[in-house]
Design a protein around this ligand. Structure first.
Ligand code: G3H
Ligand code: 13P
Ligand code: NA
Ligand code: ZN
Length: 328
């Protein structure tokens, strides 16, 4: 059944679990995520970026979400717009059946330039008001994702934003977060704590200097009833880097957000955990393995089936470790 982000995260807060939000672009990802959710009775958030919508076509995505709901009627499914950049993106998503939208006003509509606080409040409040009229939920974002190691702030696509940013911009301020949630009436708040999108988050296993989980704890103390969202939450597991590199990949050594740090976040108000890169790596590793081990193979299903299995196993692991399993 289709549910809103608010319904799902209220339940998660009551019971103290977190929900992974997995990005999809195609049927195989949708089937694999739902299979994992169904195998461990987890409610699920499937999200589509603007890029996913233009890749797959809105109509195809909408019918796919219908199909996934029909195939797995017992699994609560929230369909979420990831990183909406303006009112048009958010409202058109709702029209296509999304039950939730992110209005990311931390960046200007070009999705590259950091926005002023006043711009962010105004556009997020406007989207929240309209979405709530029609029963959809809204996630806002305060603070710019980016690296505390380099000061490189980032655009939503993982490419660098203009110029170096200060720690003030890269870490959400708890008092400003209170003001933002009050002014915008968002259902969930994405915060910045040193994570960034993509595989290259940290040059070493992160500690408190470069992954500021303490900021989440400070925000949760001031906003105990607000559902917090962590973006850039892929763990970039060593085993997935190794599989990719064993079969001809050339990913330089990198570090993501350790799952135990996410578990710590979940103990302090984090309810939605955005994961895309790990899913991409799980699938890409299998594409490379099949291409290398069976160079005569050319049936796409022979590549896609093991990729789906690897994605399913990854999703199931996150459902179990975040406490989502058993809550459908
Ligand atoms: O926020 C970034 C997500 O990983 C989606 O990425 O814009 O390439 O679809 P994308
Ligand atoms: P990752 O790149 O760490 O998977 O983050 C995804 C994300 O935040 C999507 O909004
Ligand atoms: Na999001
Ligand atoms: Zn994100």
């Amino acid at each position: 059944a289709r549910i809103t982000l608010r319904q799902l995260l209220d339940h998660a807060a009551e019971r103290g679990y977190g929900v992974p939000a997995f990005n999809i672009n195609n049927m195989e990802q949708g089937l694999a995520i739902m299979e994992a959710a169904s195998a461990c009775d987890a409610p699920v958030i499937i999200q589509a970026s603007r890029g996913a919508r233009s890749y797959a076509n809105d109509i195809m995505l909408a019918r796919m979400m219908d199909a996934l709901t029909e195939i797995h009627p017992a699994i609560p499914l929230c369909i979420h717009q990831d990183h909406g950049n303006n009112e048009a993106t958010c409202l058109s998503a709702i029209r296509h059946g999304f039950t939730s939208v992110m209005m990311d006003g931390s960046l200007m509509a070009d999705a590259k330039t950091p926005a002023s606080y006043d711009y962010n409040v105004a556009i997020t409040e406007r989207v929240a008001r309209m979405a709530h009229w029609v029963g959809a939920s809204v996630e806002g974002e305060l603070g710019v994702l980016g690296s505390l190691e380099t000061g490189q702030g980032e655009a939503e696509d993982g490419h660098g934003a203009e110029g170096a940013l200060s720690h003030d911009q890269l870490l959400t301020d708890p008092d400003q977060a209170v003001d933002f949630v009050t002014a915008t009436r968002v259902d969930a708040l994405a915060i910045a704590c040193g994570t960034s999108h993509g595989a290259y988050k940290f040059t070493r296993k992160p500690d408190g200097d470069i992954l500021a989980m303490q900021v989440i704890e400070a925000i949760h103390e001031k906003l105990p009833n607000t559902h917090l969202v962590m973006h850039g939450s892929s763990s970039v597991p060593q085993e997935l880097q190794d599989i990719i590199n064993k079969y001809g990949g050339e990913m330089p050594q990198t570090f993501g957000v350790p799952v135990e740090e996410i578990e710590r976040g979940i103990r302090h108000g984090v309810r939605k955990v955005n994961i895309d890169t790990d899913c991409r790596m799980a699938m890409a590793g299998q594409f490379r393995r099949v291409a290398t081990q069976d160079p005569r193979e050319f049936d796409p299903r022979k590549f896609l089936k093991p990729a789906m299995d690897a994605l399913r196993d990854l999703c199931r692991d996150r459902f179990e470790r975040f406490g989502t399993a058993g809550n459908a």
